[in-house]
Ligand binder design. Structure first.
Ligand SMILES: [Fe+2]
Length: 302
């Protein structure tokens, strides 16, 4: 069953009542996670960074000292490419799935981005990046440049403070969501839709979790001098195998990002893949299976 945007969000407004709310807007909700919820995610994310920086001698991701060392090492890089260990990515996928499930945020969710984006955002953008029409420094909605239009975006600050780069979110009402959902084009071309909006004010901090509709305009604003670590991923309200064409492996923003949610509680990439194939076979979607196999081979080759 597919759930439409309004049904999803009216459910969220009614049922998602965080203990420490951060955003309570129509299409943006968020909270400050408790230490119990946040600590295992933080540990895992730092483990991913520490393993990429020095696979032989990773820093301890369980202590402040080890994590600070990772941050220092990251801040010494100019551009950092995370090695996406697929087993750790599966653990992260499962942790986030459970976190969202406990909050009732998965009602009507059919697809889940895997692997998630785990980012280290430097105080300064890479050379030439901001001039690009797709730079996330511009206000935008992801589907404008070809991502699916049924998405719900999730974001978690893992390391952040008042001096690190911030995800700005613009509070919009239903009519503006609909106007944004009708537009397709580059982030620069879409500027007329979003230029007069005001960002909802907040101060970023580690442990802040945010969920927003994909047609809520947003952008990254970089500030000196801090390094930001964050997770972001998208969920889909319709079958992630509903469209199988050239959009599937279009690279950044490709539709191959979206898997069935990890309800099988898979803890390793092999289990995750096996579950996915089994579900595709069960519904008889053999072309979906073929597309996923191609994507798995690509992930393993990285
Ligand atoms: Fe975005």
């Amino acid at each position: 069953m597919n759930i439409d945007r309004e049904t999803y969000w009216s459910g969220i407004r009614k049922h998602y009542r965080p203990k420490q709310p951060l955003f309570l807007n129509d299409y943006i909700r968020g909270e400050i996670l408790s230490e119990d919820d946040f600590a295992p995610i933080r540990e895992l994310v730092y483990r991913l960074f520490a393993k990429t920086l020095d696979p032989e001698h990773p820093n301890d991701s369980n202590t402040d000292k080890g994590r600070n060392r990772t941050l220092t090492q990251l801040s010494e890089t100019v551009r950092f490419v995370l090695h996406r260990d697929l087993d750790l990515m599966t653990e992260l996928d499962l942790l986030m799935y459970k976190l969202l499930d406990r909050r009732g945020l998965l009602t009507g969710i059919e697809g889940f981005q895997f692997p998630m984006n785990v980012r280290a955002v430097h105080p300064l953008p890479p050379d030439g990046y901001v001039e690009g029409a797709h730079a996330t420094d511009h206000r935008h909605c992801d589907p404008w440049v070809g991502a699916p239009d049924d998405m719900i975006n999730c974001f978690l600050y893992v390391q952040a403070d008042k001096d690190t780069s911030i995800l700005n979110l613009y509070d919009v009402k239903r009519e503006q969501i609909e106007a944004c959902s009708r537009f397709r084009g580059s982030y620069l071309e879409g500027a007329h839709l979003v230029n007069s909006l005001y960002a909802v004010p907040y101060t970023p901090a580690a442990g802040q979790f945010i969920i927003f509709d994909t047609f809520v305009p947003h952008n990254t604003v970089r500030r000196q001098p801090g390094m930001r670590l964050s997770i972001d991923f998208r969920m889909r309200r319709t079958n992630p195998y509903g469209v199988l064409d050239e959009r599937w492996d279009a690279g950044s923003g490709g539709w191959d990002y979206y898997w069935y949610p990890n309800t099988g509680r898979a803890k390793s990439f092999e289990e995750r893949t096996r579950d996915e194939y089994a579900r595709l076979r069960k519904v008889g979607n053999l072309s979906g299976l073929e597309f996923r196999e191609k994507n798995v081979a690509k992930l393993q080759a990285q």
